[in-house]
Design a protein around this ligand. Structure first.
Ligand code: MSP
Length: 661
């Protein structure tokens, strides 16, 4: 078998003095989508992400946290890594700039640049922005940083300089010879004019910073953050031994528009100086804005990915990020638009098409995908439209036009909905001819759905895997080769898999409220409440937690009297989308009906609880659990090592509202 072609792509490595928000998630999701897409096109892909851990900001943040820098960055790197894992984003390499393999690569790159005559020692005085870790060209004392608007500081220090000025012509020639190097086209002029305007030499070491990679034999010089950070792309795939792994030069660096210059001027110049291969492409995307400005923690307008993934599923977030804004342009983020798209495109669109097609096949063909009979022109038209979409979608993916790719796919879904509405398979009878027609219509729909599932897989990995299983298709959807995808490959006769919940519809204002409240919990974590109230998960597990401190401490009756417990009766019970363990209950406690969340969803069916009398702690302060208000706690025993909740009850009939003493 011929060796697979290799494809290497990267996200920026993220600063560890902040936490991931939707802007960082955007780049990383796009990288994950491309990684999956390229694999389906037969490439051996490596995708790198990681953390940028040096510099003054980290020094300060660690000091504020009262811990050594190394411990601070280790914790932060873990937070970033864990978030990507939780969101199902699977990078192949996670590079930290404190990794030894990276430190060695930076020192090696410097040595090569120096040996080739592009490094010299000098002094530099300038205005420095400590927030962006960059000297601000042409700024005077008292000027603010043009990027972040914060005050600059005047700095003089002995530095090693990189002869960037020597690379004006080589860079301009390089851009000319490699017209696809910087994408999108619209960004190119600004970089070309910047280089044409003349390049000043660049200081690439610092003596004012302690927390950085040391320049060997030249301490206290440490490397300037960008010389350090950019090199991470190379460290991740072998560093000095990059040839062995065969993934350098990178095929694609994905970056935000704020860091284009570093990637398209400095980085190729460093590599040219070291006589190393230059990446093939840098693709710059726009920003997700909140209320028309860039998100930042200091402005208090960050949107977090986790609450959205908890409420609507990660696929919904991925879909929204790619569908809402043309890759390359800025876009506004709004929860309103997110939930609207979720309900219209995912719940009513793809999800509904999948579940209704499966239900009709189940009902009419005993759950086996039927074989199409004689085709009518409308069946053939739909097949042609879907076949054309395969080419279009692949083409759009190649051009990084994800919004158009998804638009084309959803046009096919809309065509299928229309087809079903006109063909009305549900109104056909059981005659031979009608059964044949039903088979044709449902097989056509299932084939369309199979193709949409394959093409949407890079963007919606979880839900398309579920639909693939639902359609009873062999293997896994991720293993389908896009280049061989054609109309007519549906495995007929296959038995449908178990029905799957794909995208349950949500009520807009309730969903937004819950996402916002989860985000609030994450941004402002409450101190863990003491002892028993920790059980305010409203759940039975509280019983076990409450029992522990009681062994060591005794409380007086006056303490016990503070807890008000009453007999309650469960009126309604329902599951909560995005919270597998919780049930939302309404409970009559005699004087009022309360909403209480209980962590018992894995042990009690909601219907089995209606009418049941339970013991309720009624004077707990209300709180939100997974964004849902919980006003009280249901008492249960925690049974067995896993603490299975068993609801406390009353063998005799008791009046609702009676106090427990
Ligand atoms: N550490 C540097 C990158 C070094 S790469 C060798 C850095 N880190 S960052 O954490 O500040 O930003 C990383 C990326 O996130 C940048 O590409 C930036 O554009 C992107 N985003 C940060 N906020 C964003 C939005 N609100 N929207 C979209 N992307 C944005 O820069």
């Amino acid at each position: 078998m011929p060796a697979k072609a290799k494809f290497y792509l990267t996200t920026p490595i993220y600063y560890t003095n902040g936490l991931p928000h939707i802007g960082h998630t955007y780049t990383t999701v796009v990288a994950d989508v491309i990684r999956r897409y390229k694999r389906m096109r037969g490439y051996e892909v490596v995708m790198t992400t990681g953390t940028d851990e040096h510099g003054v900001n980290v020094e300060r943040a660690a000091k504020n946290a009262g811990i050594p820098e190394s411990e601070f960055v280790a914790r932060m790197a873990e937070t970033w890594r864990a978030l990507w894992d939780e969101l199902g984003i699977s990078a192949d390499e996670f590079i930290r700039t404190t990794d030894l393999r990276h430190v060695r690569t930076v020192q090696w790159l410097f040595k090569l640049c120096r040996e080739n005559g592009y490094v010299y020692k000098g002094h530099y005085t300038g205005q420095y922005c400590i927030y962006d870790n960059a000297f601000v060209n042409d700024a005077k004392p008292g000027d603010n940083c043009p990027d972040c608007g914060r005050p600059t500081e005047t700095l003089t220090e002995e530095n090693y300089f990189f002869k960037l000025s020597a690379f004006q012509k080589p860079l301009l020639d390089f851009y000319k010879k490699n017209p696809d190097f910087l994408q999108p086209e619209t960004r190119k002029n600004e970089i070309v004019s910047f280089v044409e305007g003349g390049l000043k030499d660049l200081s690439i070491t610092r003596t004012t910073v302690r927390w950085g990679i040391p320049v060997p034999g030249e301490e206290p010089h440490v490397f300037y953050v960008w010389f350090d950070a950019l090199t991470a792309y190379l460290s991740a795939v072998g560093g000095p031994d990059y040839e062995k792994r065969g993934f350098w030069p990178a095929d694609l660096h994905l970056v935000g528009k704020d860091i284009i210059r570093f990637h398209t001027v400095y980085w190729p110049a460093f590599l040219m100086a070291a006589m190393l291969p230059i990446p093939k492409q840098v693709w710059a995307h726009g920003w997700f804005l909140m209320d028309a400005s860039k998100m930042s923690k200091s402005k208090g307008n960050v949107v977090l990915p986790r609450p959205i993934a908890n409420m609507l599923g990660m696929d919904a977030l991925r879909y929204f990020l790619l569908r809402e804004v043309v890759f390359g342009q800025d876009g506004n983020f709004s929860y309103e638009a997110l939930v609207t798209r979720y309900n219209s495109d995912l719940a009513n669109g793809l999800g509904n098409l999948a579940s209704r097609s499966a239900a009709m096949i189940e009902k009419n063909f005993a759950g086996k995908i039927p074989k199409a009979g004689k085709l009518q022109p409308q069946d053939e038209a739909l097949a042609r439209e879907t076949q054309t979409a395969i080419g279009d979608v692949v083409d759009y993916f190649e051009k990084m036009n994800f919004a158009r790719a998804l638009e084309s796919l959803w046009a096919v879904i809309a065509a299928a909905d229309k087809y079903l509405t006109t063909e009305k398979p549900w109104s056909l009878g059981d005659s031979e001819a009608d059964t044949q027609r039903k088979a044709t219509v449902l097989a056509t729909t299932a084939e369309l759905l199979r193709i949409v599932t394959v093409l949407a897989h890079p963007v919606l990995p979880d839900s398309t895997s579920k639909i693939w299983t639902l359609l009873g298709q062999p293997g896994s959807v991720s293993a389908v080769e896009l280049d061989g995808l054609r109309w007519g490959q549906l495995a007929t006769g296959a038995s449908l898999g178990k029905p799957q919940t794909l995208f349950p519809r949500v009520e807009k204002s309730e969903a937004i409220e819950r996402i916002e409240s989860m985000a609030n919990e994450e941004l402002n974590p409450a101190a863990p409440p003491a002892a028993a109230p920790a059980a305010a998960t409203g759940s039975a597990t509280g019983a076990a937690a409450a029992a522990a401190p009681a062994q060591s401490e005794k409380i007086g009756i006056e303490d016990f009297a503070k807890v008000e417990m009453r007999v309650g009766q469960i009126k309604t019970a329902e599951r909560i989308v995005g919270a597998d363990k919780l049930l939302k209950l309404t409970v009559d406690i005699g004087t009022e009906i309360r909403q209480i969340c209980a962590g018992i969803a894995q042990f009690y069916e909601p219907e089995s609880l209606i009418g049941r009398k339970v013991a309720v702690v009624t004077n707990l302060a209300p709180r939100k659990l997974r964004g849902v208000e919980s006003n009280g706690m249901i008492i249960a025993a925690a049974v067995g090592p896993e603490g299975r909740p068993v609801l406390a009850g009353f063998p005799e009939d008791v009046e609702v509202g009676a106090r427990l003493k």
